[in-house]
Ligand binder design. Sequence first.
Ligand SMILES: Cc1cc2nc3c(=O)[nH]c(=O)nc-3n(C[C@H](O)[C@H](O)[C@H](O)COP(=O)(O)O)c2cc1C
Length: 347
Amino acid sequence: MESAHAHRKDEHLSVAELEMRQRPYNSSLNGVRLLHNALPESRVADVDLTVHDKNFPFTTPFYIEAMTGGSQKTGRINAKLAEVAKETGLAMAVGSQSVALKDTEAIATFTIARDINPDGFMIANIGAGHPVQHAQTVVDMIGANALEVHVNAAQEIVMAEGDREFMWLDNLADIVAKVAVPVIVKEVGFGMRQETIATLHAIGVQYVNIGGRSGTNFARIEDRRNRTDDNQHAYLYDWGQTTAESLLEAKALTEKPTIFATGGIQTPLDVVKAQVLGAKAVGVAGHFLHTVMNEDTSGLITEVTRWQNHLAKIYALLGVRSQAELLQVPYLLDPELLNYANQRELH
Ligand SMILES: Cc1cc2nc3c(=O)[nH]c(=O)nc-3n(C[C@H](O)[C@H](O)[C@H](O)COP(=O)(O)O)c2cc1C
């Protein structure tokens, strides 16, 4: 019999998949338009997709974001995702490992990913309520190359059994100071405002994933798990800043950590748009989960390979050869995003 915590992992998986089928994402990056370059002076073969960061030297600027592990079923998904990561060279984050700190049976549902992909870039994951010892334990558990610490106050608030205390800054400062691998502080889908990013920077955080709204929606998912018929927290379904809004928030800061993005990414063009707005690397969760659940490992390998090929074509179409040049691409914002940027004075 699996623990209640393991059962929650299965519910997240099934409810996220149900939500995805019933309510396909409307990526916030649809509100960003890149301007066509009719004279690109480029060759697809010259494109370099590499992420130039000493701690995250990815060959592809997108990666498999944190989702699974903790139950037998989600362990099997971790195995499939690890296979995809190995075959395509993608980095991969596992889902929150806090369950494996209490329940030793859950450990194998995470280590399976490392067993399958011994040389891949693997990212451990834990919540911000945990002390540094737990953080180092989950890193060691999978021989991780980096650690994501997730912040998810809105999710916990909607979750019936969720936390009600969010005293995280001391833990975060301790973790970034003492854990032996690079640390990313990551929202799970409610975005970040400038002030949050600046605070994280001030306490020593060097990598922030703004994890914005417009993709997987944990206010909806947790409300559905609560099994009330009346959608008690419907007023929170649009809570938070979208991925595009959060990237604009980050972009306007002069002193800042390296920015990653997640939330609603469903095409290679979304990846490029996030990069144009300043994301160094882009995590993809729901779309890849949906693909692996419906088309299995081979289907996701095909999808990732297609994205890798298409990314090089989009770079060439824009007339850029590398990530650094993407930052020069001119873009327009739709009226809603422009209004947001104006009111927040993000210029
Ligand atoms: C089934 C499922 C489980 C998730 N579990 C975690 C988790 O354990 N830790 C975490 O940081 N994020 C978790 N996430 C959030 C994703 O990493 C990502 O931030 C979020 O889903 C937004 O990306 P998307 O719109 O591409 O899905 C989970 C997402 C899904 C769909």
